[in-house]
Every structure is written in C-alpha cells, then in structure tokens.
Design a binder for this molecule. Structure first.
Ligand code: UD1
Length: 363
C-alpha cells in the first residue's frame, strides 16, 4: 500500500481481533527446513514478509500452499543451499534459514542482508555462535558461506554467551542446536514470546529444549526431527498498537484474541499515563477520555518496553500533557519517525538515542 488517507478527529469504538505474530510466523516457516515432509501452520498473518519467506522456501525446493490463515509447507531436500540476495534483501529475517540449513544439511550460502533504516543490524552474534558449534564461516561476495567440515556434517553442541540478548541470534542458534551432536547452552538468550513459540514448535517436532523464555536455554541435539502442526501466537506488537491508537484517538476499544501478559510493559506505561485498561485472559479493553500525561519510556529486550512500540508510543506522548523522555536502547537509529511527526507539528527534540517530547500545541 503506497498511500493511506486518514480522516481524523473521531474516537474509536468497538472490538478488533489480533492477527498471528509476524515475528513468530517467519521463524516457524524457516524451522520447517529442519524436517522433510508436511508442516502445517495456522493463524499465519497475511503479510508481505510471509510471502517473501514463502518465496525463499520455494527457492529451496519447498512447496508452500496458503489456505486462508493456514500455510502448509512441504519440505524436500534442496538442490542448492543458497538464499539469494534478491530474496534476502526483501526481508532481513531470511538470515534465519542459515541455522536450519546448516544443522540439517551441513552447508548453506546465505546473502548478507545489507543495511537497514534503523541501524547497521549486524549478524556477527549469529555467526560467532555457529562457529563455536564447529561451522566454518567465510564471508565472500556479499554471502555467508557456511559449512560443517566433518564427515558427519553435524554441528557440535557448546556453550554460547551472547554479548546482547539478540532475538534472531537466539532463534538461529536454537534451531541449529536441535540437530547438533550434544548439548548447547545459550546464555543471555533473548526472552521474547516469539522465542517460546518457536521452541514449542521445535519441541512438537521432537526437539529437546528447556528454558525458552528465560535467559538460559538448553538444547540437547537429536538425530532427526519430524514435521508437525502449530498455531502461531497472537501478535503482541499489533495488539499494543491498537491500544495506543485508542489511547490517542480516545474511545472504548477491546482488543481480542491476544495474550495480555505479552505487552505488559506497555500496559504499565499506559496506566501510568492515566489510561484505564482492563485485561481478561485473551482480551484487553482500553477506555480513553483524553487528559493523559507524559511518562518516560526506555526500550529494552523483553520483558522491557518493546522497541517495536516506541514510535507509536512517541505519537501518543505528542498529545499528552507534560514532557516525556524516550530512550531507545535496542537499535542505534530508530527515530526515523520523528521527522514525520515534526511535519504534523510535533514538538520533539531527538539527540542520539534520546528524544524529548513535549505536548504539541495547535497553531
Ligand atoms: C527482532 C524483530 C524486530 C525487533 C527486534 C528487537 C524479527 C523478524 N524482528 O529483530 O522486530 O525490533 O527483534 O526486539 O523478529 N545485534 C548485533 N549482532 C547480532 C545480532 C544483533 O549486534 O548478531 C544487535 C542489533 O544490531 C540490535 C540488537 O542487537 O542493535 C537487537 O537485535 P536483535 O534482537 O537481533 O533483533 P532482530 O532479531 O534483528
């Protein structure tokens, strides 16, 4: 969609369902590479990134069929183990096919994802982890050439301590470790709900994983995995965005089919800003009559305030009373939205990773 036209000034009222989590669906699709046969995923959101993942799987000899929100991936051994630049540049998460291909076939050539609007986004921690597991990694002509130089072609379990709790790095190593020889322990692992969802699917496939959702994940390698069936968890970022939309516009909105514990850091901040939020086991209701106050927010890995909700929360702070200090600690350049909010008259002073937001005064 190139253009959206929004007629503002109306409050929001009603119920809305949450889609399946994009950041979970993409990794689940790549996890299917670990076992030949038919994998079934339900509640898969209809998004460009999902299409790009399907295209990449197609280039690796998989047959991908979509029926509504269900995707079936029929995995066959690929003829080539290459994730081409044309596909990877469309979607950075394509790097997540590296761990499964390397674990299953002992080789992979994956294009480097290139630059990104929110920072350099290196993959050094993914690669260091795989090297520690015995992979030979060579960066040539913009590609990661990875192989396991032993007769068994199997990675070896080891202890990996991440310098930063990287989401993609944790997922790539966790997938790689499922078929490795021996035990892999990931320390300072990321704790996002999407990692737990991925671990749950891998366990359905026969993987032995403990501790997903905590900072130490232990994976005992097995010889073989088998395809399974899984329903993607609700998208906590979409659910949080809907809450913030209602907070900004005012009104009474119930967000359904979600897990209220997942965006807990946001709910705490919304309450601190003066909003009434009620949670039930699978829904959240926000009632907003305006008059919110500014609060400070610092993004952090889960269970901290998600960087993926930082821009939306900043928009809310623009219409709240007082001054808010918003600090971005996860990505180095994630204030691209500030200049767009300026065009709408916002009073925001960004400096490096900190932005000071004052209530926008109407001209
Ligand atoms: C995932 C999410 C993204 C979210 C982010 C943080 C997907 C598809 N995307 O991205 O929406 O904003 O988590 O919650 O799931 N880093 C390194 N070296 C590495 C890997 C990461 O330095 O090898 C740094 C990154 O530059 C960044 C930080 O670690 O500053 C976090 O990155 P990471 O958690 O890996 O994010 P992604 O998995 O790319």
């Amino acid at each position: 969609m190139d253009r959206m036209r929004i007629h503002g000034g109306r409050s929001l009222k009603g119920s809305v369902k949450t889609s399946g989590a994009k950041n979970s669906a993409l990794k689940l699709l790549f996890a299917s590479l670990l076992a030949e046969g038919r994998h079934t995923f339900h509640n898969v959101p209809e998004l460009k990134d999902v299409e790009s993942s399907a295209e990449l799987l197609g280039s690796l000899n998989c047959k991908v069929q979509r029926k509504g929100k269900t995707i079936i991936v029929d995995v066959k051994a690929p003829d080539s183990f290459e994730a081409h630049y044309d596909l990877v540049r469309k979607m950075r998460a394509s790097i997540l096919c590296l761990g499964p291909l390397l674990a299953k076939y002992g080789q992979a050539q994956v294009s480097l994802p290139g630059g990104c609007a929110i920072g350099s986004r290196p993959i050094n921690l993914h690669l260091e982890g795989m090297k520690a597991m015995g992979a030979e990694i060579d960066l040539r002509s913009g590609y990661v050439h990875a192989s396991v130089p032993t007769p068994s072609k199997r990675l070896k379990g080891t202890n990996i301590l991440f310098e930063f709790a990287t989401v993609g790095g944790t997922e790539n190593i966790m997938m790689a470790a499922t078929l490795a020889e021996g035990v892999t322990v990931i320390e300072n692992a990321a704790k996002e709900p999407e990692i737990v969802d991925l671990a749950n699917y891998l366990k359905k496939m026969g993987a032995k994983i403990d501790g997903a959702g905590t900072s130490i994940i232990r994976i005992e390698g097995v010889d073989k995995l088998t395809p399974a069936e899984h329903t993607v968890i609700p998208d906590r970022i979409e659910a949080g965005t809907l809450l913030i939309a209602a907070a900004i516009a005012g009104g009474d909105v119930t967000v359904q089919d979600c897990v209220p514990e997942h965006p807990e850091a946001l709910i705490l901040k919304l309450r601190e800003a003066g909003f009434r939020i009620e949670t039930a086991p699978t829904s959240m209701r926000i009632r907003s009559t305006g008059g919110s106050k500014c609060v400070d927010v610092t993004t952090a890995p889960h269970p901290g305030f998600p960087t993926d909700l930082q821009a939306q929360f900043m928009a809310l702070m623009c219409v709240s009373e007082g001054v808010s200090v918003i600090t971005e600690t996860v990505f180095e350049n994630r204030f691209m939205h500030v200049t767009e909010l300026h065009r709408l008259g916002a009073d925001i002073t960004p400096k490096s990773r900190v932005a000071v937001v004052r209530k926008t005064r109407r001209a």
